[in-house]
Ligand binder design. Sequence first.
Ligand SMILES: Cc1cc2nc3c(=O)[nH]c(=O)nc-3n(C[C@H](O)[C@H](O)[C@H](O)COP(=O)(O)OP(=O)(O)OC[C@H]3O[C@@H](n4cnc5c(N)ncnc54)[C@H](O)[C@@H]3O)c2cc1C
Ligand code: FES
Length: 270
Amino acid sequence: MEKIISTEEIAPRIHRIVITAPQIAKMWHPGQFLIIHLNEDSERIPLTICKRNLDKGELTLIVQAIGESTREICGSPAGSDIRDVLGPLGMPSDIDENFKSVLFVSGGIGITPLYPLIQRYHELGIQTTVLMGFRTAKNLILDSEVKEVANNIMIASDDGTLGEKGLALDLIAPAIEKWGKFDHVYIAGPVRMMQYTVSEAAKFGIKSTVSLNPLMIDGTGMCGGCRVNIGGHIKFACVDGPEFDGELVDFEKLAKKLGTYKDHQCRIRQ
Ligand SMILES: Cc1cc2nc3c(=O)[nH]c(=O)nc-3n(C[C@H](O)[C@H](O)[C@H](O)COP(=O)(O)OP(=O)(O)OC[C@H]3O[C@@H](n4cnc5c(N)ncnc54)[C@H](O)[C@@H]3O)c2cc1C
Ligand code: FES
């Protein structure tokens, strides 16, 4: 049985959780995620694999407590058993070794799926520029890890308590002015943040990849719960994604679908 090795609150309601999962650690590639099922009665929840330690067979997850299951994981002490962990799931990130300079734009906890990708591009000797956006200074996460693998970094916060006041996407134009044009941009964060960042990047002729997080149930392509519309075609984010060409994503449908169960999910938790 897998276990929680350590857990630490790194920002309000955001925990860094290290778990054992040696088989998944061996097979994992950046971009892939897992589904964790803590106890018999818990829901299965998809979580991105942020880091792995191959020697120890451990994985690092960054979990934001927003509902019952994420609160349950964040509240579990080190040493807790995990009923089962399924993974690695999804397609590995599409990494282009011919790129010279790559941009990454995150919103909040969206830096989690981007971090392993930044690290990979850095290992390939490709210039990495990261624009991180947070609501406020105390929500800052993974900044020291990102600084180790990013050539350039800029931070924005909604309330101006950290870095530039505004959104991470507002930093795209200044970043281009400072570091030149980027070959590609990877984006992760809330749905609307990704939608507007794709449009902003497109103004500068930069193609984008977004990391989508629709509601998932089985995570294996069987239930259809994670259906997304990509360029007019139905795709399942759990097996075809979670990364897709940003300009092909139907963000309106995605936002509507994510909102559909909001009241129900909140009600059944009360
Ligand atoms: C591929 C993938 C990777 C993910 N990686 C991470 C991660 O690394 N760290 C992390 O903290 N979370 C991640 N998530 C989101 C996480 O799975 C959800 O937050 C979790 O399932 C919510 O469960 P809950 O029971 O705690 O909350 P619920 O009670 O189910 O939901 C609480 C509120 O959150 C909203 N919500 C639920 N699921 C999502 C979702 N997928 N996207 C947006 N809003 C949602 C609901 O509409 C509701 O308003 C990922 C999701 C996917 C699909
Ligand atoms: S979660 Fe069931 S098909 Fe993707």
